[in-house]
Every structure is written in C-alpha cells, then in structure tokens.
Design a protein around this ligand. Structure first.
Ligand code: SF4
Ligand code: SF4
Length: 363
C-alpha cells in the first residue's frame, strides 16, 4: 500500500472515522495550558490532543492495564456443598493507539516473549495480555525532536524506528504522512479521508527522520553489559554509590514501557468478589516480601541492582541478547533524585566520558 496523508484539519475526522472500528487512544494534554501533563486517553473529538511533547507515561497501559479483573466470582452452596461461580470478562474491544513514540512500541516487543509463551523460561501464554496485544494497532509518530534523556539508539531503536509499529506517522507542517508497516496497520488506513502522499511529502518525512536521528549522540557499545553487571553483582561499594540518591519511590518502574511485573489480589465483599491483576514495581520494598515474612531485597541497593541487572543482563541472557530497555528515558526524566540508568550501565561496563550523556542537540 502506498503511503497516505491526512491534513491537520482533517485529523480529528479521521480519528473519529477510526473510532467506528477501534477504541482510539491518543496523547492528550490534561492541563489548562501548554505546561499540562501529556498522557494517553481515549480519543474524544474535542479533546486536547498534543503531539509536540512526549507523554509523561508510556503507552503500556493501553495493552497492559494498570489494574484488570481476571475473573469475577460468587461463593455459595449447592446440594449442601460449597460452590463457586466464575465469570471471565468479555474480550476487550479492538484498539488503535495513535501518536505513541517509537520507543513505546518497541517496549511491547520486550513484553511479548514473556507473555506469549515463546521465551526460554517455559512461561505460559498470558491470554489476557495476548488478546489485547493482538487487537491493538500501534500508530507510531516519528519523533521530530529528541530529549536529552532519550537514548533509543543505544538499544537498537531510533526516532523513526518501525520495529513494533503497525503504521509510522510523520508530522509535516500541514499534516501527517502515514506509512503502513504491518498487515494489521492496513485496517487503520482504510479510510476515504486519507489522500495518497506526494513525492515531496515523502521526501520531507525522510529528511525529518534523518535530522532526528542525527540529533542523538553516538551510542556507546553496550555489548559487555551482560557480563559486566554479573561481575558487579557482589560489589556492594558500587551499588551503594549508584543507589545513594534513590528514594525508592517506584516512579521509574511505573513509567517504564518495558517493566512487566504484576501482583494478583482477591477482593471480595460478601459472596461476590474479583481476582484482580495490578502492576507491581521491583523498586518498592514490599515487592519481594514472602508469606513467611522474609524479604530477600530489603535494601534499595538490592532493588536497584535487580532492576538494572534484569534489564541489561538477565533478560538479554534469556532473550537472544535483547536489552529490556527501549531507551525512552522516562525513568531519568521523572526520577525525583536524578538517578540516570545510562550512567549506571556505563559505570558497570567501565565506559568513561560517555558521549551519550552529553547534552543532545535538541535536549
Ligand atoms: S524514580 Fe528515582 S528515586 Fe524513585 S525509585 Fe526510581 S531511581 Fe529511585
Ligand atoms: S528503563 Fe528507563 S529508559 Fe529504559 S525503557 Fe524503562 S523507563 Fe525507559
């Protein structure tokens, strides 16, 4: 399929058209002015869409909700014996997420082998994740500006990377050029409102991609991260120094597009109840609390070591070298103590004077 174009004036018409077939989500400014927080919300025609600033949160919750009911239950008795009625929620509607950055789409690729049963850990298929994942079209918006916290190119991505995207949208001065990437993306582009993209628009898009890519600093070689972090495991002086500023607030884990841990709780009132899955965060002290009362990670040093080790050493060891971080930089940007994951990894490897930690052109 040739590339399509939608003008800024017609964008809301197209998203409304899309809403007939999908539950559409898009970045929205939730504040009263240009400083408001940008987050993903279900599309409404008169909503405050915003594409100029990167959303504070990742798009993870559009596929993996912060909290979801796995099963509703009712307890009772039948023929004098205890009885349990179970009701599994209906399949979620098909979704289209418009305007997420490329790093957020790549984040789902780190989820996939963990939840689709293809990983090397012998994990079961998670049908709750998979039914949403398979019903979601990801319309990535290429980044035209990079932040000084962005480092997607350190981990194999880039501002216009199509890995994980179903459609790549590039914003031009007068609208968006839309390039189909996967077969799933075709369903989102079947609209009479879309015009064929011109050669000149294609050229402008390629130029923007090149400029954004060039604004990122050259990436360091992280190929030694797996062995370097294993080698640092018992180096408590190293972890004490790296974790000294951490407040154990958990913001880094909650905002991360690649953190996939969850907790399950049963909540009941009378005879009715629900089994609920909610995000959990390994940076929080109770994450590893065991039923016996023993907690193997009571200190923030152990928790930070686990978080960094998981992303840059243990996960790649199990998944063909793939690093479990997409370089979105949210954990750096939103950390109240300025803990910088790039610095920890490069310190562990022994890379000094890292080019990637310098100010980036558009930072
Ligand atoms: S956001 Fe910063 S302070 Fe909070 S847990 Fe993460 S590293 Fe620690
Ligand atoms: S670890 Fe930080 S930079 Fe990497 S994906 Fe998570 S939030 Fe983004």
């Amino acid at each position: 399929m040739s590339n399509k174009f939608i003008s800024h004036e017609k964008l809301r018409d197209w998203l409304e058209d899309l809403s007939a077939r999908f539950e559409v989500w898009a970045p929205v400014n939730t504040g009263q002015d240009a400083k408001g927080v940008v987050v993903y919300r279900p599309f409404v025609r008169d909503g405050a869409l915003e594409f100029a600033r990167k959303p504070v949160e990742s798009a993870k919750h559009t596929v993996f909700p912060r909290s979801e009911t796995l099963v509703n239950f009712k307890t009772g008795a039948k023929d004098g014996k205890p009885a349990l009625e179970l009701h599994v929620p209906e399949d979620p509607p098909a979704r289209a997420v418009f305007g997420l950055p490329s790093c957020d789409a790549r984040g789902f690729q780190i989820f996939d082998p963990v939840y689709n049963g293809s990983g090397t850990q012998g994990l079961a298929r998670d049908n709750y994740y998979l039914r949403r994942r398979n019903a979601t079209v990801l319309i990535v918006k290429a980044c035209s500006k990079v932040l000084n916290t962005c480092f997607c190119n350190w981990v194999g991505g880039g501002p216009a990377c199509t890995e994980g995207a179903d459609v790549l949208a590039t914003e031009l001065p007068d609208g968006f050029i839309l390039a189909q990437v996967t077969a799933r993306g075709e369903a989102a582009l079947g609209s009479a409102l879309l015009a064929p993209a011109s050669d000149s628009q294609e050229k402008q898009a390629r130029k923007l991609h090149e400029e954004a890519g060039a604004a990122l600093c050259a990436p360091p070689d992280l190929s030694a991260s797996v062995s370097a972090l294993r080698g640092k495991f018992d180096d408590s002086a190293f972890w004490e120094a790296e974790a000294s500023k951490c407040l154990s607030c958990g913001a880094c884990t909650y905002l991360c597009p690649t953190c996939y841990c969850f907790n399950i709780t049963d909540e009941a009132r009378g005879v009715l109840g629900a089994r609920i899955r909610s995000w959990d965060a390994c940076m929080l002290p109770l994450f590893t609390m065991e039923a016996s009362g023993h907690n193997p990670r009571t200190g923030k040093i152990q928790r930070l070591r686990n978080r960094i080790g998981h992303k840059f050493s243990y996960y790649p060891s199990l998944h063909n070298g793939r690093i479990a971080c997409c370089g979105c930089g949210r954990c750096i940007k939103s950390c109240p103590s300025s803990v910088d994951i790039r610095r920890i990894v490069t310190d562990a490897i022994g890379i000094t004077g890292t080019a990637g930690l310098k100010e980036q052109k558009n930072g």
